[in-house]
Design a protein. Structure first.
Length: 479
């Protein structure tokens, strides 16, 4: 009896490499041996042939791969050329001498990429409309959404202090991605304080606590910055050193209230444009009166250009603002934005379960599978009016703006287009999803979701991208 059993064991042992290769991800699959959870699938689009799979239906966190869902839903809803409008309105009309006898209202239109450049253009158009003085107040209306309840740790902490820009809070009347920007330049001589100004004006529109010291040439520049809120005022606290021969450095930190940031910034812009506002600036949740007249208006870039920024730079503020815009009713929250994307995905055949608590992927409760994410990619591929705008938002590893993806062989670098997702807390998440072209020119889709556990707290990008590039190279070369 021992002899047949030995032969059976030998036979099964010989089969192990074949079974591993059949998964299509033999290199990537080794992460499972280290305790990581994986959902992976690669398949050809033209015949839906699966070329590799590891637990393709397993529900895992996609992190910022969520933004691929957002981009598809936004293109489906509005089309690539849609623009968001921001208006200055009032019930009053300016007199012949430029007096507006009433409130001036900024109607926040949910433009996710509104900047001070746009506000300056808005102020100039108001001046062009004949307004020189506002007798009432400047009201910042965020009636569509805002202030949006924070549901992630970073954003909740940002109400009091922030040492980054990605945790910006949300509003339909936000500007500069919900972040303050200050420019730090060296003083005239070593030992003097650095010179600090707002990025968009000679005078900073928020309070500065400047502790940066100027040091001699080539002594190095090390800057630390934290935005704190005291007595309902945002303060940028700066420390460190800057060399006398250093170039100015721009520093971005999330504001505590995007609508309040808008109020302070726009008020300064109006004053620079020669328009005085007697009543100061306030924020409001009220919708502008129906009888209000538009005095000035600016439009965003087309949606397809906005999505380039959302996807290439994984801009969380823009992503969540776009998701909130998808909600039909006012006073939207992040879960409703996620639900609007879920409703869109429900129409995609064979997608399977999807749970989204945000459009950015910052929320750790988001869940999808590799098979589901591939179903999304495949559905957009078959929509010729949307696919060019969608695929243009993805990065090629060889030419991507994110340096960490510039890895792997020339085949991986130039035959793949992808979106990545990263989370580090409460567990490590590394996610990749996109398209590939085989040597014969056939299109394929692939998604890899890798989630850590309590016993696997750390995962670097090379640990995922390096084996994935080897596996995808083999798939591309053999098909």
């Amino acid at each position: 009896m021992r002899r047949p059993l030995s032969r059976l064991c030998l036979f099964l042992f010989c089969l192990l490499p074949v079974i591993a290769l059949a998964s299509g991800f033999p290199q990537l699959g080794r992460l499972a041996d280290k305790g990581f959870l994986i959902s992976a699938e690669a398949r050809l689009i033209d015949e839906s042939k699966v070329l590799g799979a590891i637990e393709p239906d397993r529900q895992l966190s996609p992190a910022s791969v969520t933004k691929s869902y957002l981009a598809a839903a936004a293109l489906d809803r509005w089309g690539p050329q849609h623009r968001f409008a921001t208006r200055l309105v009032s019930e009053a009309r300016p007199t012949s001498d430029g007096l507006l006898s009433g409130d001036l209202i900024l109607d926040g239109g949910g433009d996710p990429a509104l900047t001070t450049e746009d506000l300056w253009r808005l102020a100039q158009r108001l001046h062009q409309a004949g307004v020189r003085e506002v007798e009432g107040r400047l009201l910042i209306s965020q009636w569509r959404f805002g202030p949006v309840e924070c549901i992630t740790t970073d954003r909740c902490q940002a109400r009091e202090r922030s040492a980054n820009a990605y945790s910006a809070l949300l509003s339909s009347a936000g500007v500069n991605y919900g972040s303050w920007c200050v420019s730090v330049a060296p003083g005239d001589a070593p030992g003097q304080p650095a010179r600090v100004a707002g990025c968009d004006s000679q005078a900073a529109v928020l309070e500065i606590d400047n502790r940066v010291e100027t040091r001699p040439d080539n002594s190095g520049t090390e800057l630390r910055a934290e935005r704190v809120t005291r007595d309902d005022r945002d303060i940028m606290v700066l420390s460190g050193q800057i060399s006398t021969n250093a170039r100015p450095r721009d520093i971005y930190r999330a504001s505590s209230d995007p609508a309040e940031q808008m109020a302070v910034t726009l008020l300064a812009m109006l004053e620079q444009a020669g328009i005085q506002v007697r009543g100061g600036a306030e924020t409001t949740l009220a919708e502008p009166p129906a009888v209000s007249r538009t005095l000035a208006e600016v439009e965003s870039k087309p949606l397809q250009e906005l999505l380039l920024r959302v996807m290439n730079y994984s801009n969380n503020f823009m992503a969540d603002v776009l998701a909130l815009n998808l909600v039909e009713t006012p006073r939207a929250d992040l879960r409703q934005g996620g639900a609007a994307i879920e409703t869109f995905v429900a129409g995609i055949p064979d997608h399977g379960p999807l749970t989204l608590f945000s459009g950015s992927g910052l929320t750790t409760e988001n869940r999808t599978s590799a098979r589901g994410a591939n179903a999304l990619l495949e559905s957009i591929y078959y929509r010729p009016s949307l696919f060019p705008s969608f695929v243009a938002t993805l990065q090629s590893p060889g030419n991507g703006v994110m340096r960490f993806i510039r890895r792997g062989s020339p085949t991986f670098q130039h035959h793949v287009m992808l979106k990545t997702g990263t989370l580090n807390q409460p567990v490590a998440v590394r996610a990749v999803s996109g398209y590939f072209r085989t040597r014969s020119g056939r299109w394929g889709v692939f998604t890899v979701l890798v989630n850590g556990t309590g016993s696997t707290p750390y995962l670097s990008w090379p640990e995922v991208l390096d084996p994935l590039s080897v596996d995808l190279e083999r798939i591309i070369d053999t098909h």
